[in-house]
Design a protein around this ligand. Sequence first.
Ligand SMILES: Cc1cc2nc3c(=O)[nH]c(=O)nc-3n(C[C@H](O)[C@H](O)[C@H](O)COP(=O)(O)OP(=O)(O)OC[C@H]3O[C@@H](n4cnc5c(N)ncnc54)[C@H](O)[C@@H]3O)c2cc1C
Ligand code: FES
Length: 425
Amino acid sequence: MTSLRLLLWIVFGITLQLGTFLGVAFWRHWREFSALKSGLVAADGATAWNGPLVVQQPGHESWVGFRPFRVVRKVIEDQAESIRSFYLEPEDGQPLPSFKPGQFLTFRLEVPAATGGLEPIVRCYSLSDAPTPDYYRISIKRVPAPPASSWPPGRSSTYLHDHIEVGDLLQVRAPAGHFYLDRSDAPVVLVAGGIGITPLLSMLNWSLAEQPGREIWLFYGVRNSRELIMKAHLEALATAHPNFHLRLCFSQPLPDDQLSRDYQHQGRMDIPLFRQELRLRPYHFYVCGPTPLMETLIPALEDWGVPAAHIHFEAFGPASIKRQQPDALSGAETLAQETASGILVNFAKSGRQLAWQSGTANLLEFAEANGISINSGCRAGGCGSCQTRIASGAVSYRQAPDFDPEPGTCLMCVCTPKTSVTLEA
Ligand SMILES: Cc1cc2nc3c(=O)[nH]c(=O)nc-3n(C[C@H](O)[C@H](O)[C@H](O)COP(=O)(O)OP(=O)(O)OC[C@H]3O[C@@H](n4cnc5c(N)ncnc54)[C@H](O)[C@@H]3O)c2cc1C
Ligand code: FES
């Protein structure tokens, strides 16, 4: 073979390889483009699904207001005995509506008042299992009084742990909330701090049952083995599903807690840990945990380059998470200039007009700090207890609240005034 023929063969080989590569790449892009056009693929390449997330069977519709549910099981979940699950069935025996994995229930309880008698309180608790037609499950952590304080321990959690037994009735509002896992093939990272595991357990159980091929990670942070819940269940899932990656993270392991055997990571859940564990993929992060975790991790994920639309979170109480990128999913209005001067808040029923103090977290705290009593429950935008009519002016939310306020009203626990405002309070 002459050197010219050899050269021609080499050129032919390279051209053939290049052509094949370009052909395959073009075919792949064409498929994605066609799917995008028909709405089947999200912008990051994950396959979205156009049908409803949960299929509601006829006769299983949701309800309005509070509905009595009977506690049919009560289970201690952790070695420290501070978390109990409650299994609930509707007292009327009618079918149970499904819910989106990650949503919560709202409860109205009559708890003993400090002054004697009973007082009504409203609290939200996440559904901690995948939707099933048989029961709802919630898992509640007992909240102690802050150290060295004279405050009583958490009223709702203490009451549920100590006074509510199998057979008792609880008044429950229908599942709600915007923090839920979508049906798609986008890889998912669940990050749970302590009791923040509850909505993520629902997402995990649902995802592995409904979408067994989807890549899913759970970083579950607690102080040590005494605080873990459902460890056997989680480990069984990890064994059964190679695409589910479980990482237990202990910040203060006990002397008996053994790295690798009992947990995989010592320390906090942070970006270096994710960098070390995760591959370069367009993950969606779902984060739920205590305020300090949320307030550091959400901005850190944004700094790391995770798009705002891929960061989903829920706080169980008042947390002021400042997002650097606009909240693409919630469509929330931009927060009013917190330093804005000259904003007046007029409490019409109380006959008070006050200058808004920059730096105050929300209108509820502002009212209470000025001695104006407002009905409240979750203080996190979930239950609707603090809904108040706006007579004039406008308010803004940092992110869309879980409870959808009626037009012309606001949820005082999670909004601030955008202009001078008159509230019917
Ligand atoms: C959407 C959502 C989902 C949730 N899901 C869950 C869940 O799945 N599991 C779960 O366990 N929790 C969950 N929570 C939290 C739950 O709703 C309650 O906030 C929690 O149980 C505490 O309520 P409590 O009535 O027991 O405590 P509270 O009575 O509200 O007291 C809270 C703390 O404040 C202290 N305190 C009392 N009085 C005062 C005072 N005057 N000044 C200062 N401090 C005081 C108490 O000692 C206690 O430490 C969720 C919250 C939300 C918003
Ligand atoms: S107190 Fe629950 S929404 Fe404001």
